[in-house]
Design a protein around this ligand. Sequence first.
Ligand SMILES: Cc1ncc(COP(=O)(O)O)c(C=O)c1O
Length: 413
Amino acid sequence: MAFDPRQIMKAFPILESGTGKNTLHYLDNAATAQVPNAVINAMVAHDAGRRANVKRGIHRLAESATAAYENARESVARFIGVQNPAEIIFTSGTTHGINLLAHSLGNTLKPGDEILLSPVEHHSNLVPWQMLQDRFGIHINFLPMDDNGLIDTGSITEYITPRTRIVSLSHGSNVTGALTDTAALGDAVHEHGAVLILDGAQVIPHGPVDLPALKADFYVFSGHKAYGPSGIGVLWGRMEQLEKVSPVFSGGEMIGDVKLLTSTYAEIPHRFEAGTPPITQAVGLGAALDWLHRLDQPGLNRHLMTLTTQVINGLQHLSVESNAIRIIHPAMDTGRLPIISFIVRGIHPHDVCQFLSDRYDIALRGGFHCAQPLHEQLGLPEGSTRVSLAAFNTQEDVDILLEGIAECMRILL
Ligand SMILES: Cc1ncc(COP(=O)(O)O)c(C=O)c1O
């Protein structure tokens, strides 16, 4: 069936579609997307009919809860093109996944070893690595970026050295919406014996990904940005890499045999999921990715790129006379996500967001979006205003957004 955002809207109770009460224009999906009924219903059905702890109980509910949890793992594997569901580790989100890797891989680093990042990264792909600097005497280097905030991955051979152990980059920026060109990365990283981590937090919400083709070793993302619940995320790793990673969290469920002074660990992925996992959330994430997978992907992509173009053209039009608006990375001809950040010169991003929320019930994000170094390098010390689109957004959302920004400029400039 052709992609129809009006139909999609009806699946999201928070939008109150079809009741005539809909005033919300939710354009903050890169922070957290809304959840469709399919996800809410799956979680309610789980807690109402199957709630029990997983893996440990030998009773009917425990067995069906365990099956639901493992089915969710299979849904994730299908969505990211991975054959072996054991390569999927449930985390609490992208931040947890990167921290797990930073702590575990960090323990193997020696003084003088190097980590390669970029200035585009979300704080969750900067701070965990910064914390290793003093502890292990390692150095952090950065791939360059251009004036639009695009990572110059083509220059990797100039920046990677025999001491580089880890390269960790965003797969898509939560500020510029730029997709990272990964073509040159995998081979260069592996030739140097390093590992490649990709942060897919902003990419996964926009459709299935063929992870093996990316030649990454690890990939992380969050459920709440992909129409799923909060408190759940995924760390995928190639099995041969996961086998080299030591668990960071320990306790129940991650063990094989426990003696008073020593223990063996469970098989992968369970050795990385200590304690009771977020079971209901995993079920919700599985339902979210299955829901997203069922959508008409080319239609969804066309819809989001049409709205993205309209936002960019509309902002450029509003700026024709005054030159008041600067869009970060307005290009449509390079791969991009439906995320558009901009500034209105003379109005603080927080004021733009407040104005649009108060008068139009538009939800945007204003500030650094957890990417302060990127904003500072782009000469944006107050951050930016971000519009981020999802499947349920419509032409009407864009029209009202542009009307609201025009009004904001008339009143506040
Ligand atoms: C690119 C990117 N990486 C990492 C994160 C962190 O995600 P979470 O807060 O769900 O752990 C975000 C969230 O905004 C993001 O956009």
